[in-house]
Write a protein that binds this ligand. Structure first.
Ligand code: FPP
Length: 244
């Protein structure tokens, strides 16, 4: 049967592919509210949505994706919502890890693990270990992550390592961040229309192109990702310099 689903569309090749895309997956709560559902249903729909976006990212040739799943500030949400988000992380690992591994996804984590239960922490570490040699896509999950907390943690480790002031430069700081070894994000996408960076990759994203769409995260599909990548490919990046 002929179908007009966006998946059947032919996507013209893009002139320029970002080497690292960050996504602030916002709007799950509003998506649920619009349907008279609890917020946790929005987070579940948002999680379901990830699968298609990951596949599309691979298809479009994006090598590194960082998703903002739980911020250091999210602990202040109602207990039931925090519990739902923690159990989503556990469920994703329990139910999706095998398939993600088969598809060549290398899972990484940025943020704190020490505030998770020992069982969940171990599951995250096991998932990272299992997938560490996969090459199709690096999926960096920001969970209990905040950009300022990341910088505090980096400075603490720099001081503890006895680094002298003269040795401190941008490359050194980058090497102490959770993202050490990864390219900085070229593009940061935020869904649901908010024009904020919300403590996400604040050092690494200093020169990232921003793309904000009104689409709520559970509705952000392959076509939407293509639009974001297309917008990026048309932009001229100057890194503070004048056009050459
Ligand atoms: C923001 O929407 C979204 C979050 C705080 C959570 C995002 C998490 C997922 C999509 C689950 C993925 C999880 C893993 C572990 C892979 P919001 O609730 O702030 O929406 P609102 O602004 O409409 O209220």
């Amino acid at each position: 049967m002929a179908s007009n689903s966006p998946d059947d569309r032919q996507y013209p090749p893009l002139a320029k592919i970002p080497q690292h895309v960050g996504i602030i997956m916002d709007g799950n709560g509003r998506w649920a509210q619009q349907r008279g559902l609890p917020r946790s249903a929005g987070h579940r729909a948002g999680t379901e949505n990830l699968r298609g976006v990951l596949r599309a990212a691979v298809e479009f040739g994006v090598p590194v994706l960082t998703i903002y799943a739980f911020s250091t500030e999210n602990w202040a949400r109602p207990r039931s919502e925090v519990k739902a988000l923690l159990s989503i992380l556990e469920r994703v690992i329990d139910r999706e890890l095998h398939e993600l591994h088969q598809e060549g996804v290398q899972l990484r984590h940025i943020g704190r693990l020490d505030r998770l239960t020992p069982r969940l922490r171990q599951k995250v570490l096991d998932a990272i270990e299992l997938t560490k040699n996969n090459q199709q896509l690096i999926l960096n999950v920001a969970f209990d992550y905040g950009g300022r907390a990341e910088l505090v943690h980096a400075v603490q480790r720099i001081v503890a390592a006895g680094v002298t002031p003269e040795q401190v430069d941008e490359a050194l700081i980058s090497s102490y961040l959770y993202t050490a070894g990864l390219p900085d994000p070229d593009l940061i996408i935020r869904t649901s229309g908010e024009m904020r960076i919300s403590n996400f990759l604040i050092w690494q994203g200093a020169y990232a192109e921003l793309y904000v769409t009104p689409t709520l995260w559970p509705d952000f599909d392959k076509e939407e990702l293509y639009k974001a990548l297309e917008s990026y490919s048309r932009r001229e990046r100057r890194f503070g310099m004048v056009p050459g």
